[in-house]
Design a protein around this ligand. Structure first.
Ligand SMILES: *Cc1c(COP(=O)(O)O)cnc(C)c1O
Length: 358
């Protein structure tokens, strides 16, 4: 006989994450890399997977992959903690370095997972709107943090979804001017040149998050990293679940991260595609003023302000092209060169049709 179990308030109205369902010819909605391993690499990774000690638990500290990551970015190994995607690390930070009721400062627009985990762990999310042009005023942020007992601030740099970035100098000013924990998500920093990783050892209140899901092209293996000074790194390792990264992901991650030349070559092509997409959208915006603003990009995607975002998004889906829509903005992942024309032709057709029907 059921006694009438009820879900607690914080979970009652939560619904499972709802990714786009269905098959689309062009997936430009999740900022993934368009590079897939070639046959040789595929075989190499398959052999690694086949050699797994399937009956054994994984290495709890993921030493080999942390070493490969540290080597790739020129960091001390002791500063690196591996997670099951950076999503898990965001969850661990919110759930263990912070306490119920602590104020977590986040910005709008920014990556939605910060708020999601903050609320799951009963932190008080404080949302600060970005400026009209979607930039952040660092001085305002610093005063706000210091005057409002903010325990932690979490943001992406460069930002998903705006594709805009904060300079290293601004980040340095922010991190050095507050006592609060600063969680700096550099998921897209491989596409830009203002990484704060070289300075992580100089700050007691800083965690930098990285991921293999974007420039590294390994979203499937779920591998993220937190980089911080020893005190914070030890705390993260103590708080995470012991076997959070599976053996196959560890071994494949270590191998991929050892291929520096391949990764940098892919990165350069992804950057080139984003710049090309940005230029082409700028041109389109000259012809179709409904595309109000095409933001400059320092990522692998382009952010566009348009009052017709919903309509364009829907019409692209009808042409089997998926992009992301946020209110009056579109976020478009840069496609591979061979798909660039298809995307732009589809967009052009939609804009012509909308203009003719207006
Ligand atoms: C894609 C993305 C990540 C990556 O998350 P994983 O869990 O590592 O796949 C992290 N932060 C931002 C801002 C992202 O856009």
């Amino acid at each position: 006989m059921s006694k009438g179990y009820e879900l607690c308030d914080k979970i009652k109205n939560l619904t499972p994450y709802d990714p786009l369902e269905g098959e689309y010819r062009l997936r430009l909605d999740a900022n993934e890399s368009y590079f897939e391993p070639d046959e040789n690499l595929r075989r190499e990774l398959g052999e690694i997977a086949a050699k797994t000690a399937f009956n054994r638990y994984p290495d709890p500290y993921a030493v080999e992959v942390c070493r490969a990551f540290a080597e790739f970015y020129g960091l001390p190994e002791s500063s690196v903690t591996a997670g099951n995607g950076s999503d898990e690390l965001i969850s661990i930070i919110c759930g263990t370095l912070l306490q119920k009721g602590d104020k977590l400062l986040i910005f709008a627009p920014d990556f939605s997972m910060y708020r999601f985990y903050g609320e799951l762990y009963e932190l008080e999310s404080v949302v600060m709107q970005k400026e009209e042009d979607l930039t952040l005023s660092v001085d305002k942020v610093i005063s706000y943090i210091n005057e409002n007992q903010i325990a932690a601030v979490m943001f992406s740099n460069p930002c998903n979804p705006t594709s805009l970035g904060l300079s290293r100098e601004d980040v340095r000013k922010l991190v050095s001017s507050v006592k609060a924990l600063v969680v700096l998500d550099e998921a897209y920093m491989d596409f830009w040149d203002q990484s704060f990783l070289p300075e992580v050892q100089e700050h007691d209140n800083l965690i930098i998050l990285k991921t293999c899901s974007k420039a590294i092209g390994m979203a499937a293996v779920r591998l993220g990293f937190a980089v911080a000074k020893p005190a914070l790194s030890i705390a993260l390792r103590a708080a995470k679940s012991p076997y959070n990264v599976n053996s196959i992901s560890q071994a494949i991650g270590a191998r991929i991260l050892s291929k520096k030349e391949l990764l940098l070559n892919c990165r350069n092509q992804l950057v080139e595609s984003a710049q090309e997409l940005s230029r082409r959208l700028d041109k389109l915006a000259e012809e179709f003023p409904v595309l109000e603003t095409v933001y400059p990009t320092c990522t692998n995607f382009v952010f566009v302000k348009t009052s017709a975002a919903r309509e364009i998004h829907q019409k692209l889906l009808e042409k089997s092209i998926a992009v992301r829509c946020f209110g009056k903005y579109l976020r478009i992942t840069a496609p591979a060169p061979e798909q660039m024309e298809e995307l732009l032709a589809a967009l052009h057709d939609i804009l012509v049709e909308m203009r003719d029907n207006a």
